[in-house]
Design a protein around this ligand. Structure first.
Ligand code: NAD
Length: 427
């Protein structure tokens, strides 16, 4: 895999999430004891495990799972397979999950993990063995009522199916079917939910739509650029295009392309299937220097790849009037300050991409209750829940005359504070 867009040093992300947390905690005057608890992670697991490669050689891999907080329910969060995964990244992403599930009003805590690998270097059968051995090594550190992983960068429904099968196989026969909700984001034939595939991108789209409605802006003919054309990016673009907006620039791990007259989302997706998952050389667009991607002329910018992409280096050059964060932590604190000072709207990650964990919750509920919900049911619930959460954050922002990230963090932290104050601290 070509890692085209550089991520800043890992500390950056952890520092960012802590600064975002502390800023909101100061404003709500968070109980100082609860601040201590929320500032650290509950559990951090680093595991090394061996796997036999196709050529018979053994390779040793490193996996991570960080469980930040479970005051509101079982730990929840994705597994990422990427060379940038390390303990600091996992800690930052786990914290964001806690704020996200709390903000969304879900009965979950926050976790995150993954493997420090470049999956493009392995065959499918190697990836299957790596995933299964990782699952086995995680053992009962995950579980359907304890810690529930889901897909993230470079993992998908197939990865979840392997995890599910491995996890269930380690249980006694009478226990197996009780464990189907150990992961979410599964294929539909394996206990997955209708709509989970599109839920995060759809939620990003809904947030943009709700924001535009409040600002009395039509999305028809608005131009948007997208970093990351994977699960989140593709579906966000799909729904925006349906609304009449025009995709004018895309960047992925392989390169950047632009066409000011519009790039057809379906045509680009079809092209990528034939081109090893890369957007490079897409015939209906021209190539663009990666360092100039965020400067493209557009109205809306959707970072939907990795963290720390919008920083003090490029925030001053962004032309969009709205940033919709599909990715987790794509904007650092300095970058955001510049955007806000320039009057650019920011739909913060914990709000903007929370459609994914909402649909994961619906999948988990269906598995737990032995139910099957139709696509329309899932989408209707998502619409309603996303609107509720968006309105809460937007109104809080307006009330304070402040930014939406701080508003979102305030709501999320207040819910956790209340739970701790009600329960007290054992013993
Ligand atoms: P994905 O693996 O499906 O897609 C990732 C995309 O990012 C691909 O287009 C890839 O080429 C691109 N990418 C990877 N490395 C890159 C790099 N170095 N530079 C530029 N582009 C790069 O992943 P996804 O599930 O779409 O996740 C994308 C982001 O959204 C992540 O930050 C993830 O944490 C966040 N997110 C995902 C979900 C979900 O449900 N999948 C939910 C909430 C948040």
């Amino acid at each position: 895999m070509i890692t085209n867009v550089k991520e800043q040093p890992r500390q950056g992300m952890l520092e960012n999430v802590m600064r975002q947390f502390n800023h909101a905690a100061d404003i709500i005057e968070l109980n100082s004891n609860i601040r201590k608890i929320l500032s650290i992670t509950n559990n951090e697991l680093i595991i090394h495990f061996p796997v036999k490669m196709d050529n018979g050689e053994i390779e040793v891999f490193t996996g991570y799972r960080v469980q930040h907080n479970n005051a509101l329910g079982p730990y929840k969060g994705g597994l990422r397979y990427h060379p940038t995964v390390d303990i600091e990244t996992a800690k930052a992403l786990a914290m964001w999950m806690t704020w996200k599930t709390s903000l969304a009003g879900l009965p979950y805590g926050g976790a995150k993990g993954g493997l420090k690998i470049d999956p493009s270097k392995y065959s499918t059968s190697e990836l299957e063995r790596i995933t299964r051995r990782f699952t086995y090594a995680l053992g009962d550190n995950i579980g359907p009522e304890h810690d529930i992983p889901a897909p993230d960068v470079n993992t998908n429904a197939q990865t979840m199916a392997w995890i599910l099968d491995t996890y269930m196989s380690t249980k006694p026969p009478t226990e197996r079917s009780k464990n189907q909700h150990v992961v979410t984001g599964k294929p539909i034939g394996t206990g997955g939910s209708e709509g989970r595939d599109r839920a995060t991108g759809y939620g990003v789209f809904l947030n943009i739509k709700f924001w535009a409605e409040r600002k009395k802006i039509s999305l028809a003919d608005k131009r948007f650029i997208l970093q990351g054309f994977g699960n989140v990016g593709y579906w966000a673009a799909y729904f925006l295009e349906n609304e009449g907006a025009k995709l004018v620039g895309v960047q992925d791990a392989f390169g950047s392309i632009t066409n000011k007259n519009g790039i057809k989302v379906a045509a680009l997706a079809a092209y990528m299937e034939q081109n090893n998952g890369s957007i490079l050389n897409f015939p209906e667009a021209s190539a663009l220097d990666k360092d100039h991607f965020f400067e493209l002329d557009c109205d809306i910018c959707i970072p939907a790849a990795l963290g720390n992409q919008i920083t003090a280096d490029n925030a001053g050059k962004i032309k969009a009037f709205l940033i919709a964060e599909g990715a987790n932590g794509p904007t650092d604190v300095e970058g955001e300050e510049i955007l806000l000072n320039r009057g650019i709207g920011v739909l913060p990650d914990i709000l903007c991409n929370c459609g994914g964990v909402m649909a994961s919750y619906y999948e988990w509920l269906q598995n737990r209750n032995g139910e099957y919900w139709q696509l329309e049911d899932v989408m209707t619930r998502l619409d309603k829940k996303m609107k509720e959460v968006f309105d809460k954050v937007y109104d809080k922002g307006q009330e304070r005359q402040g930014d939406m990230r701080t508003a979102a963090f305030m709501i999320a932290i207040e819910r956790l504070e209340k739970a701790y104050l009600q329960r007290g601290i054992f013993p």
